[in-house]
Structure formats: structure tokens, C-alpha cells
Design a protein around this ligand. Structure first.
Ligand code: ADP
Length: 476
């Protein structure tokens, strides 16, 4: 007899290509397809944000509506679906919650309570009895607790298990107890001794399995340095904790077919291909192309946040720009950092350009055109950019932590192994010296080429990660 397909219900606040602000969107955009390609039956539930593009909206099918009680509010919940690649996505529609100018704002507790409840209610509406509900980050961290306190008693969810993935422990969703309990059907007796409720802690406590997005980060968060105050809880729950390194969508990030880049290339003609792209990007950014084309181009694409080591970058940027290099930074976020990078971009415009916005197409052009890519993160749950840049023959220079440690091996001149550069201490001094070392190799073309080829040979596709997740689901 044929074995029934494992049914997985994913619920997330971000899913590429519909809504993304960072790695969470990338992961939930790729993992379900990889799971379905491996024979699982995975669906995804997410908000119908006002920002979702018309090209997707017009292909959606309206399935009907239900009502969901969020505290005293009896809320409309329209349900749409869309088949995209190999996965069916279900969008929950409520304009009050999701037709707003930003994905995240001061309505977060209520709108993600709505989304978390919708995961269960929509599953019933479409008659999808999940073996596993897989939820992500603080926004849906309450889902395992809802199953435990409320939905477990319903026949429909009798056998359902939960997996909770931490993409970033730093964002926990901490709210006043009364607000949370006023919004969600949780067992109030469990919270008698506290005034606050931490959504991420609920996910860790009540999920059957907890994963982080890299094995090293799963270890790091047990320590006081990286534990963000949840290290005690995590140590207590350590037996259900593991780390699975994210993959990247190798179709989306492929220099031989990338629609956003000026010249396509692959590992055999990357030198010429990158040069043509670099020429186009330098011109686009307003650099003097002739004097810059043969000089190292250093790229940074990042949220501007101290997590990403942007304060280290700020520390060393002036001395770095005293060398014959060009640096382009694409990022947005912290207003102080935006101001500082904007100012340096103005005064040192001959060598440095800061583009302070979120621009996916420009990101692809920077990946394709840069020689080197900087990620000096203070901590990094997984990080995708370092894997993406390797697809384009761009060498990452990273701080050795979290997923960066699991994906980037520092070049060793003696064995000629390694796919990038890395430093250990969170110090501007070490960061700067490592950049200097990398720049010294830039002009030794044989060594540089060796590292680039080592990078091209790495396999960061989702196939391996999907296998690890399937194993985990099966254990449940
Ligand atoms: P995080 O999720 O912590 O922000 P990751 O490295 O895991 O960091 O993922 C970041 C993703 O977001 C990458 O795909 C990167 O290219 C993209 N990204 C970050 N900032 C920008 C930006 N300003 N414009 C376009 N893409 C960006």
C-alpha cells in the first residue's frame, strides 16, 4: 500500500515572492517547494498584505470567508488561494489588519494573533488535516501554545504536531499579559506569575521540535552571549532543539539566467561576465568607470542594524576608503546608520556609494558585480547573502559565527581550501586586517580564482536542508 503523504502546514508572516523583508521570507518562499518536490504535501498560510503585487492577486482564487474571534472582535477572514510553482498558498484577507503601509507596526500583536488563529481555522475550512504545523519566528510563535491549550481538544487536530523555527532570536514579540490573554484563547492559569508574555518563548516551550536556521546558532543560543535572555529556557528544552542550515533558491540566484543583471555568465566565463556587470553597475552608481573597473569592488547588502556589524563597518570605512577600492552599500533600517552612511557617501562619493532603500533588482546587480562581499555580523542565525554571493563568484568576508561559520570556510593558502575569508573577534581591527589580507589576494589572480571556483563548487540548494526537515517531521 502507498504511504500517505505527510501533510505540512506552514504559517508565516513573510513568504517570497509575495512579501519579504529578510531571510524569513526567503526561507518560507523556498522550503515548501523543496518539500513538495520530495513528495510531501505542504501548504502555506500567510496574510494577504496590501503590498502583494497585482500579478499575483489576479491569479488568486477566492474560496470564501469565515469569522475569527480575536478577543472581543469578531473579524472577517477572506480566504484566497494561489498555486505557485509546486505549492498552494492560502492568503487570509482582512484589510483592517493587513492593508497597512508597513508589514510590521504597532498592530503586530493583534494582526499576528489573527494570523495564528487563522492557521487553524483555515485548515478546517479547506479540510487540510495537518500532521505538522510548522511556524516561524515570534509572529506565529503562539501557534504551538494555541494547539496545546485550545485546538488539541478538537478532533480535527488530535494528532497534529508542531515545529517552531527560530530565524532570529533577537526579535521575540514581548507583550503585556492582559493584552495577549485578551486576544487569544490561552490557558490563563499558566500565566498567573507573570505580567508579560513572550511569543518566542511560547514557541520554544510548546512546540514538539524547535529548530534554528544553522547548527552553530543552535549551540550559540544556549550561551549567555547569544541567548538574548532565553538561554535558560533553551537549555531546559535543549533535547528538542536542533539546527538545519537554510538553503537558497538556486533558480532565483543564478548568474546564467538572472533577469536583473546586465550580462549573464557562469563559472567558466565569470571573469568577463563579472567585469561587464561591474562596468554597468559602476556607471549606474555614478562612479568613474575607467578608473574603477580594474579595482576591487566591495559590496554590502544588509539590513542596517547593529546585529549585522554595521557599526564595525562604520568604524573602518574611512581607512578602507583610503585604499584604491570602491564600496557600495545597499541597505535600510536604523536611522542613525542611514544618516552616517549617507553622509560618508556624500563626502567620499568618489569611492563609496550608499543606496538607502530596499531594492531587490539592485541587490542582484551588486551580487553579480562585486568582487568581495562583507558580512561582519555580531551574530547571524543563518545568513543568506554569503551563500547568494558565492553563486555569483563574489567572495564573502564574514565574521565567524552562526550560519556564517557553517557556510564559509576561510581560505587556507597551504591547502588551497576555503570559499571566502573570516575573522573571529568582533573588532574593527580584525575586520580591517582581514579585508587587507583579502585585498592582497585580489591581485594574485590564481589564488583568487581558486577561491572563486571553490565557492562555485559549494551546494547550498534546498535539497539537503529539505531532507533534514523531512527527517525531523518523520521523527514526530
Ligand atoms: P536577514 O534575514 O537577517 O536580514 P539574510 O542574509 O538572512 O539576513 O537575508 C537577507 C536577504 O534580504 C538577502 O536575500 C538580501 O539580499 C536581502 N536584502 C537585505 N537588504 C536588502 C536591501 N536593502 N535591498 C534588497 N535586498 C536586501
Amino acid at each position: 500500500m502507498k504511504e500517505a503523504k505527510l501533510k505540512i502546514l506552514m504559517v508565516s508572516s513573510e513568504v517570497e515572492p509575495f512579501a519579504k523583508t529578510g531571510g524569513l521570507g526567503d526561507v518560507v518562499g523556498s522550503l515548501p517547494n523543496a518539500l513538495n518536490n520530495s513528495g510531501l504535501d505542504t501548504i502555506v498560510i500567510m496574510p494577504l498584505y496590501g503590498q502583494i503585487k497585482q500579478e499575483y492577486r489576479q491569479k488568486m482564487e477566492y474560496l470564501g470567508y469565515i469569522y475569527i474571534d480575536v478577543g472581543w472582535r469578531h473579524q472577517y477572514c477572506g480566504i484566497f488561494n494561489l498555486h505557485h510553482q509546486n505549492t498552494t498558498y492560502y492568503f487570509v484577507d482582512n484589510e483592517f489588519y493587513f492593508n497597512r503601509s508597513k508589514f510590521y507596526d504597532n498592530m503586530d500583536l493583534e494582526k499576528f494573533s489573527f494570523l495564528s488563529l487563522a492557521a487553524f481555522e483555515v485548515a478546517k475550512f479547506i479540510n487540510f488535516k495537518p500532521d505538522v504545523i510548522h511556524c516561524h519566528d515570534w509572529h506565529t510563535g503562539v501557534v504551538p501554545a494555541l494547539l496545546n491549550d485550545h485546538y488539541r481538544h478538537q478532533e480535527f487536530f488530535k494528532n497534529t504536531k508542531t515545529v517552531y523555527t527560530i530565524h532570529n532570536l533577537a526579535y521575540q514579540g514581548v507583550f503585556a499579559k492582559d493584552h495577549v490573554l485578551g486576544m487569544l484563547p490561552l490557558d490563563y492559569r499558566k500565566y498567573e506569575n507573570t505580567n508579560i508574555i513572550n511569543m518566542m518563548a511560547l514557541g520554544i516551550q510548546y512546540a514538539h521540535k524547535v529548530t534554528t536556521v544553522s547548527p552553530t546558532y543552535a549551540q550559540e543560543i544556549l550561551t549567555d552571549t547569544y541567548g538574548e535572555g532565553l538561554q535558560f529556557l533553551l537549555r531546559h528544552e535543549v533535547r528538542k532543539l536542533s539546527g538545519i542550515l537554510n538553503g537558497i533558491d538556486d533558480k532565483l540566484y543564478n548568474p546564467s539566467s538572472d533577469p536583473f543583471i546586465a550580462f549573464k555568465f557562469d563559472k567558466d566565463n565569470y571573469v568577463e561576465g563579472k567585469k561587464e556587470n561591474k562596468k554597468a553597475l559602476l556607471a549606474e552608481l555614478g562612479f568613474d568607470v575607467n578608473s574603477a573597473i580594474d579595482k576591487p569592488l566591495i559590496g554590502i547588502i544588509s539590513r542596517l542594524a547593529s546585529q549585522k556589524g554595521m557599526d564595525l563597518l562604520l568604524d573602518i570605512l574611512h581607512p578602507l576608503l583610503d585604499h584604491d577600492v570602491r564600496v557600495v552599500l545597499l541597505g535600510s533600517g536604523d536611522k542613525y546608520l542611514e544618516g552616517e552612511f549617507g553622509r560618508i557617501s556624500y563626502f567620499r562619493g568618489d569611492k563609496f556609494r550608499a543606496v538607502l532603500k530596499f531594492d531587490n533588482a539592485l541587490a542582484h546587480r551588486i551580487y553579480a558585480s562585486s568582487d568581495m562581499f562583507l558580512m561582519p555580523s555580531a551574530f547571524e542565525p543563518c545568513g543568506l547573502a554569503q551563500m547568494i554571493c558565492l553563486q555569483y563568484g563574489t567572495l564573502p568576508l564574514v565574521r565567524h559565527c552562526g550560519g556564517l561559520a557553517d557556510s564559509i570556510e576561510a581560505y587556507n593558502e597551504y591547502t588551497q581550501q576555503g570559499n571566502g575569508f573570516s575573522f573571529n573577534n568582533y573588532s574593527g581591527h580584525d575586520f580591517y586586517n582581514t579585508i587587507m589580507y583579502a585585498l592582497s589576494l585580489y591581485y594574485r589572480k590564481d589564488a583568487w580564482n581558486q577561491i572563486v571556483q571553490n565557492g562555485f563548487a559549494c551546494d547550498f540548494s534546498w535539497i539537503k536542508s529539505a531532507k533534514d526537515y523531512i527527517e525531523l517531521y518523520k521523527k514526530l
